[in-house]
Design a protein around this ligand. Structure first.
Ligand code: F6R
Length: 607
């Protein structure tokens, strides 16, 4: 949560800071602020609300320094307010700090600092850092920040600047992302490379415990003992337009439309000479063959991708597979042995619970594969092997294209395991791969006409609650459909395996209650139709996602959304798309901000 930016160089800092914060707003958007370390000393501006409110204030001020730091917040300690917004400053107002993460021992530190005479202005954990740096400052900001971080426990990405050292920004991190880059007109820091790609494509993804000193002349890196180190530079060749809406009204729609490209990019280069390969995993066929159990750990939408994978791995590779919500896994007593493959799925690669679960699994001797969208993210770094989903940056808070990227990547993993275990012949793998590749074109077809989806959305928009149902692959898909709807439209939605309806949820149904069903042609089609009839007999308004050409289904539904016929195992890929569009359409009809739903942030770096 929270986005931080910083710049020092030859240009005015404020325009970069505001633009960078806009790009990072997906990380939090309840308040924002900047501190400019210019000739007139340190100037701090903070506003409650989105970055636009801060930008408005900054426009009318004379903030012309060429060094500054900025922050956009998702509140953890202290409610959203101007006084709790970052940057936080020391008692003398000369040191300013922006922070992403949580300081776990802040209460104890605050008490000690207050006893020593420091006065606190906010309710945040972050403010202790400004006072700790102030205590340690003897004329060298780098050494003061190093001393301060020795006293804090928790997660942090920090940028600090001090009036006594104009043009200097010190940054460091532990368990929160920080990237640093050097452009032609200065040095940049941000929580996410998307904020700096316009200025430089050569990025240093900082390591835990590393420090960087940014000055207009360049960037120097140090280890935790203050010894200079040579960092690894990653060249990024993404399209910068990723951070722009590219003509779409919102990022969510743009990202939904990128999905055919995501499928194609994720599959590119995977089939070599009739053999499926995922080189990044760095495991031989013999090693893969030794796997006796798979455990998938993830949260939210990524967990739903895990549910899909469980069915595929068990069906194709016949390996017993469990899927755990990461926040439960770490407090359970899961059975993990050296022959267990743990697969951690995380779009952001920085979800705190998923990271903690990875660490637990590794302690138990498991090999961990990460599936993430963010290059150099903690999940990528802490896993034994990593598959990058090729979604590119996802800005809308609700995951869409990254979900599809995860499902396609996990499908490849399931096929790879089946290949290694000798459970699938190479001609079967080739045929399956071809069908998988065809889903890109099928998603394009779904996106080309959304009339039925929009009509169904109008019919359901005023409901207080909705039920999503499906069986088999359709059940996993309906969980994701319900999550999408509730998170962006605030319409309460639940998902159930359709066969469970009679065991409780059917009591919810009365006249006009929306039931959204995945009723595509496949092994459980007839069973789902029976469940639809049960719901309809009790007055439900039925919306179905059905297979093109299925005229019979019309007799059981009020609204039919047709999708092309696909292999049943690929239903989560194609049927998720109309559900994403359905959720978005309802959210817009209900006047909701689809890109930045209330109370949420794109990455959940706190427990
Ligand atoms: C929902 C959504 C969240 C995330 C969850 C895990 O649209 O995006 O449920 O899936 O917070 O995040 P990652 O995948 O970054 O670990």
């Amino acid at each position: 949560m929270c986005g931080i930016v910083g710049y020092t160089g030859s240009l005015a800092a404020a325009p970069f800071l505001i633009e960078g914060l806009r790009k990072l707003e997906y990380r939090g958007y309840d308040s924002a602020g900047v501190a400019i370390n210019g000739e007139g000393g340190l100037q701090v501006v903070r506003r409650k609300g989105k970055v636009a409110a801060l930008a408005q204030s900054v426009k009318s001020m004379d903030l012309n320094g060429t060094c500054g730091i900025g922050h956009t917040r998702w509140a953890t300690h202290g409610k959203p307010s101007e006084v709790n917004a970052h940057p936080h400053t020391s008692c003398d107002g000369k040191i300013a700090v922006v922070h992403n993460g949580i300081i776990e021992n802040f209460a104890e530190l605050r008490e000690k600092l207050e006893d020593a005479g420091h006065t606190f202005a906010s309710a945040t954990d972050t403010e202790v850092i400004a006072h700790l740096v102030e205590e340690a400052y003897m004329g060298d900001l780098l050494s003061a920040v190093r001393t301060a971080t020795e006293r804090i426990h928790g997660a942090y990405g920090l940028a600090v600047t001090c009036e006594n050292e104009p043009g200097v920004i010190i940054v460091t991190r532990k368990d929160s992302p920080i990237v640093v880059g050097q452009g032609e007109t200065g040095a940049y820091v941000a929580s996410d490379m998307i904020a700096v790609l316009e200025y430089t494509r050569d990025i240093v993804v900082m390591a835990d415990g590393q420090f960087a000193k940014l000055t207009p002349a360049g960037v120097e890196f140090f280890d935790m003992y203050g010894k200079p180190v040579q960092p690894e530079i990653t060249h990024i060749d993404w399209d910068v337009d990723t951070a722009e809406k590219g003509g779409y009204p919102d990022f969510m729609l743009k990202e939904i439309h990128e999905q055919p490209r995501v499928i194609r990019d994720t599959l590119a280069g995977r089939m070599v000479g009739g053999h499926l390969s995922i080189d990044e995993l760095d495991m031989t066929t013999e090693e893969l063959n030794l796997i006796e159990r798979v455990t998938i750990i993830a949260c939210g939408t990524s967990y739903h991708a895990g549910l899909v994978a469980q069915k595929l791995i068990e069906h194709w590779a016949r390996i017993p597979t469990t899927v755990s919500v990461a926040s439960e896994f770490r407090y359970d007593d899961p059975i993990i042995t050296p022959t267990t493959l743990v697969v951690a799925v995380s779009q952001s690669g920085e979800t705190a619970d998923t990271l903690a679960a990875i660490r637990d699994a590794r302690v138990k001797g498991a090999k961990v594969f990460g599936i993430t969208n963010v290059i150099g993210s903690p999940v990528a770094r802490e896993s034994d092997g990593v598959i990058y989903t090729k979604a590119n940056k996802e800005i809308a808070v609700a995951s869409t294209k990254s979900f599809l990227g995860q499902v396609v990547s996990l499908t490849l993993l399931a096929m790879l395991l089946a290949q290694a275990k000798g459970r699938m012949r190479s001609n079967e793998i080739r045929a399956l791969f071809r069908q998988l590749a065809e889903t890109a074109q099928q998603v394009e077809e779904i996106l080309s006409d959304t009339t039925a989806i929009d009509e169904a959305a109008v019919a359901c928009k005023d409901a207080a609650s909705a039920l999503f149902i499906g069986r088999g692959m359709g059940a996993a898909t309906s969980y994701e459909g319900a999550l999408k709807l509730k998170e962006i439209s605030y319409l309460h939605a639940e998902a159930y395996a359709a066969g469970e309806m009679k065991h409780g949820p059917i009591a919810l149904i009365s006249d006009g209650f929306p039931v959204i069903a995945i009723a595509t042609k496949g092994p459980v089609y007839d069973k789902v139709v029976s469940n639809l009839q049960e719901a309809r007999a009790r007055g439900a308004k039925i919306v179905v996602v059905a297979t093109e050409g299925d005229e019979d289904i019309k007799a059981h539904a009020d609204h039919v959304i047709y999708i092309p016929k696909v292999n049943d195992y690929f239903i989560p890929i194609t049927a998720s798309v109309p559900l994403q569009l359905f959720a978005r359409a309802i959210a817009l009809l209900r006047g909701c901000d689809v890109d930045q739903p209330r109370n949420l942030a794109k990455s959940v770096t706190v427990e």
